[in-house]
Design a protein. Structure first.
Length: 208
């Protein structure tokens, strides 16, 4: 049975809610109102309540949300009840800050394979992960159940590397390369384009 469709912006905000709630749980907080969550995230309480209402009736009036229960619900909505393995192509290009973000702020994901073409990186380990040559993508991933990849290579290499990822069984790609990918329809691609984000930022500054 097909899952119902929800507004893209709502689905886009759910991981933000999850990240914030996980941090608050680690700090020992047990309940939270939409107003308190709003103060942490800068999102209006009414928007938070509306987003969550698409998926069910969460929280108790006058008390708020049970954090542990809400985290479990959001993880279920996002299909994060099981851990997803992640491959990174171009690990030398993304920097320690992004690795920190992936490892510590995105529960439900685990980096298990890394690739690069820089001779000083290939054959070494980064955060305990073996770095393989980009040419080894298919031979390495064909032995593993990895369905997600982060693509951080140059625009010149991006299409070739993306094809190797797809041929290896990758079904979802976050593309940091400054080029659009033409991939099979059953492959989900999220384009992360810094120039587009900056253009949108400037537009919003000038029009608000």
């Amino acid at each position: 049975m097909n899952r119902p469709k929800f507004p893209k912006e709502t689905v886009r905000r759910l991981p933000l809610y999850l990240r914030c709630l996980n941090r608050l749980l680690m700090l020992g907080k047990e309940t939270l109102t939409s107003k308190e969550l709003s103060e942490f995230l800068g999102i209006k309480p009414a928007q938070i309540r509306k987003d969550l209402s698409y998926f069910g009736d969460f929280g108790t009036r006058g008390v708020g949300y049970d954090l542990e229960e809400l985290v479990g619900e959001i993880r279920g909505i996002l299909n994060l009840e099981e851990e997803w393995e992640l491959a990174i192509a171009g690990i030398g290009n993304i920097g320690d800050s992004i690795l920190d973000h992936l490892e510590f702020n995105q529960p439900g994901f685990r980096i298990t394979a890394a690739f690069d073409q820089q001779p000083d990186l290939v054959g070494t380990k980064i955060r305990g992960i073996n770095v393989h040559d980009l040419e080894e993508i298919e031979s390495v991933l064909s032995e593993r159940e990895v369905h997600l990849a982060l693509l951080a290579v140059s625009a010149i290499e991006a299409r070739k590397v993306a094809k190797a990822l797809v041929d290896s069984g990758i079904k979802g790609i976050i593309n940091l390369a400054p080029i659009f990918l033409n991939l099979p329809q059953d492959v989900e691609v999220t384009q992360m384009d810094l120039s587009s984000e900056l253009g949108q930022l400037v537009y919003n500054l000038e029009n608000n």
